[in-house]
Design a protein around this ligand. Structure first.
Ligand SMILES: C[S@@+](CC[C@H](N)C(=O)[O-])C[C@H]1O[C@@H](n2cnc3c(N)ncnc32)[C@H](O)[C@@H]1O
Length: 224
């Protein structure tokens, strides 16, 4: 389909100003599923597909899954779509929540969406899997990222002074894991040791998994 000249020119202008291509297109694919994206929501990344691959073998249709910091719903919607398990998704940003709701509908998935702050959240039950791709960039490093990434929401990127603020909070949810349950998180390529250390201290036995390019990308902790 060819866009009218005026629309084409607008798209080029937006792109030249550093707006991510995905925002201009308004839709992006994650794990073979369509996701609506735009200003106010993090664009789902191929890195996060490693997290999906890591947790799929751990769950089935009877599993209860909690996805923290859900954003577009890339993780929550994909797990629901592929496993038809019970999925609860927590997200704080009102803008991201709009996309999460639309993406659940777009993919015909019925997930339980909670608007809330992870730092002020008491899970209502225990889960077989707690999963998260939280913000994990060090605050100081955000200004050095490429300009396209800086157009994404600051709160989707900012992991605090050392990038680990969200992992420390997520580890506090270990009491909400069922025995034999797992906690799985995406991590920055250089964070495996610290995040595994935080999770081990909280009582989990940890494994570190790599993404396709060979970087450490996921920490999975199991409650034995
Ligand atoms: C790195 S993004 C990940 C989004 C999505 N899970 C994905 O993989 O594409 C982190 C998300 O955490 C959300 N977030 C940031 N601070 C939060 C908080 N205090 N409580 C809940 N969600 C928060 C952001 O709005 C953003 O959507």
């Amino acid at each position: 389909m060819t866009l009218p000249k005026e629309k084409r020119e607008q798209a080029v202008k937006r792109r030249l100003s550093g707006e991510p291509l995905q925002y201009i297109l308004g839709e992006w694919e994650f794990y073979g599923l369509p996701f609506l994206v735009g200003e106010g929501v993090l664009i789902p990344r191929p890195d996060t597909e490693t997290l999906i691959d890591a947790v799929l073998p751990l769950i089935n249709k009877d599993s209860a899954v909690l996805d923290l910091c859900s954003g577009s719903g890339a993780v929550a919607v994909t797990l629901k779509k592929l496993k038809n398990c019970t999925v609860t998704a927590l997200e704080k940003s009102p803008d991201a929540l709009k996309y999460l709701t639309k993406n659940a509908a777009l993919n015909n998935t019925d997930i339980d969406i909670i608007e809330g702050d992870i730092f002020d959240f008491s899970p209502p039950q225990k889960y077989d899997l707690i999963v998260s791709n939280p913000p994990y960039i060090k605050t100081e490093d955000i200004k050095t990222l490429q300009k396209e990434v800086q157009k994404e929401p600051f709160m989707a990127l900012d992991g605090g002074a050392d990038g680990l603020m969200f992992y420390r909070k997520i580890a506090q949810f270990v009491p909400y894991l069922k025995t034999g349950g797992a906690m799985a998180v995406e991590i920055g390529y250089d964070m495996a040791k610290e995040v595994a250390g935080i999770f081990e201290k909280a009582g989990l036995r940890c494994k570190i998994l790599k993404d396709l390019p060979g970087n450490d990308r996921v920490v999975i902790g199991t409650l034995l």
